[in-house]
Design a protein around this ligand. Structure first.
Ligand SMILES: NC(=O)c1ccc[n+]([C@@H]2O[C@H](COP(=O)([O-])OP(=O)(O)OC[C@H]3O[C@@H](n4cnc5c(N)ncnc54)[C@H](O)[C@@H]3O)[C@@H](O)[C@H]2O)c1
Length: 368
């Protein structure tokens, strides 16, 4: 086992041994970011032998015989398996004393996610969750705009995260089955990113919410659907600001349309994930669009702005920055804005609140 304790120095980046669990879209994305960070990707374990062999071939690394065998050889494990595995697998990693990057949602309910966050807090290992939209330079610029007082007292917030990959009745995925995806589908899958980003930029919490959910198709394949395709929320922030959040995976033509707007007494701002190089700044007189240009940015945004303006940065760059910051934390640094298991648990708390409000029709307090 490659276990570290607080007495040992962290390995140099090129010596950091990393494994990936899972073999799909996210396994490839994590593998790219691991390599860009300069760490050693030593192996993969997916679901069964054939799936693991395919993943090993796709990533160009050895196939491991079990999750436990991989954990025993690693300093860090990246978990990209279906949601229902996001309790047992990170628990095994943390109990083995290794650092862990676990995909969202962190567990399929708030109770399990809190247990994981508590376990991580008691450990010397680093435990992070890929809320990677935090790592766009213009998101950091938006956050700095708020922190520097340029937004003023927050008045309203507006957010949406719209996709269409579950639009037709023939669209299907393991996320539809609660046994694999958990009791929430669209909100746990993408709403979790939206509320994380809102609280990250605003620097304050959603203190209560009211939500309703809908199911577009009663059956997908042979499976009767009882997880939501869409969720609509009214939220209230700690400062008293109010707002709406729309989350859907059945909006025709929308691919990954995450948009967030904060409106304050002095100005407003809007960030669109599909145009990540820009930040709209709204003012009653003249509004403007700020393009990424490191010399014009806050220190934190400039830090993440790794290529000159005019050379577009995007999702994979945000992912790489997230993984690099996780490894910086493992090396003993304190990178700004790293999403931890506590943040993963917060998103799960809000997801549970959405389901509860949709079930009861009542407002649910979310500030505890
Ligand atoms: N942070 C982000 O931006 C982001 C984006 C997309 C997905 N995700 C999250 O990543 C996770 C994976 O999503 P995906 O899109 O890669 O799904 P996917 O279906 O493409 O891949 C899932 C993989 O897990 C494997 N698997 C199934 N059971 C397993 C087990 N018991 N042990 C190990 N591997 C197992 C499958 O064989 C498959 O290769 C999900 O939890 C999802 O919420 C995060």
């Amino acid at each position: 086992m490659s276990q570290l304790n607080s007495q040992q120095a962290a390995p140099a980046m090129q010596e950091l041994k990393v494994g990936v669990i899972g073999g799909g879209f996210m396994a490839r994305t994590h593998a790219d970011a691991i390599r860009r960070a300069g760490a050693q990707l030593i192996g993969v374990r997916s679901n069964g032998e054939q799936s693991t062999q395919r993943a090993a071939a796709a990533l160009g690394v050895p196939a491991f015989e079990s999750v436990q065998a991989l954990i025993e050889q690693c300093d860090v494990i990246h978990i990209t398996s279906p949601n229902a595995l996001h309790f047992e697998q990170p628990t095994a990693a943390l109990e083995a004393g290794i650092s862990v990057v676990c995909e969202k949602p962190l567990a399929t309910n708030a109770h399990g996610a809190k247990q994981l966050a508590d376990l991580a807090a008691r450990s010397t290992a680093v435990a992070s969750v890929p809320f990677v939209y935090r790592f766009h330079p213009m998101v950091r610029q938006a956050r700095a705009h708020v922190q520097e007082g340029k937004l003023g007292r927050l008045l309203t917030v507006r957010g949406q995260y719209l996709q269409d990959w579950m639009h037709t009745v023939s669209d299907n995925d393991w996320r539809v089955e609660p046994a694999l995806g958990g009791p929430s589908r669209a909100f746990a899958d993408i709403g979790s990113h939206l509320v994380d980003l809102l609280e990250f930029i605003a620097g304050e919490k959603i203190v209560r919410l009211n939500a309703t959910t809908s199911i577009a198709h009663t059956h997908r394949g042979a499976v009767a659907v009882d997880t939501e395709d869409a969720a609509a929320l009214i939220v209230q922030m700690a400062s008293g600001a109010i707002g709406t959040m729309m989350v859907s995976q059945v909006n025709a033509g929308r691919k990954n349309a995450l948009t967030i707007e904060l409106s304050g007494e002095k100005s407003a701002l809007e960030f669109q994930q599909e145009k990540p190089e820009e930040l709209w700044i709204g003012k009653p007189e003249i509004s403007s669009v700020l393009s990424r240009q490191a010399t014009d940015l806050s220190a934190d945004a400039a830090r993440l702005s790794v290529v000159p303006a005019g050379h577009p940065m995007g999702y994979l760059d945000a992912f790489a920055a997230f993984v690099a910051d996780t490894y910086a934390a493992i090396a003993g640094k304190a990178p700004n804005g790293l999403p931890t298991f506590a943040d993963g648990a917060r998103a799960c708390q809000l997801t549970d609140a959405v389901l509860e409000s949709a079930r009861t029709g009542e407002w649910v307090a979310t500030n505890a």
